[in-house]
Design a protein around this ligand. Structure first.
Ligand SMILES: [Zn+2]
Length: 74
């Protein structure tokens, strides 16, 4: 399903939506060794990190119009 990613600093983890409210979405990283969790605001482009997880990995994820592409924290 996902292309093979080398076990290097360029690893990319695809986050999945675990919970959703009218205002926010909780994304979690399914990688066992990582477990990153973030909350993304819907109306404001805001990202709150709950669990840092594997800080070196690039995290991506999307749900509808919401997209995470790793470094946007504005
Ligand atoms: Zn991860």
């Amino acid at each position: 399903m996902t292309p093979d990613t080398p076990a290097s600093s360029a690893a990319a983890h695809e986050m999945v939506c675990e919970a959703e409210t009218p205002a926010e979405v909780l994304f979690v990283c399914p990688e066992q060794a990582c477990g990153r969790r973030v909350v993304v605001g819907k109306s404001h482009p805001r990202l709150t990190v709950l669990t840092r997880g594997d800080f070196r990995a690039r995290h991506v994820g999307s749900l509808g119009a919401i997209r995470i592409d790793g470094l946007k924290t504005a």
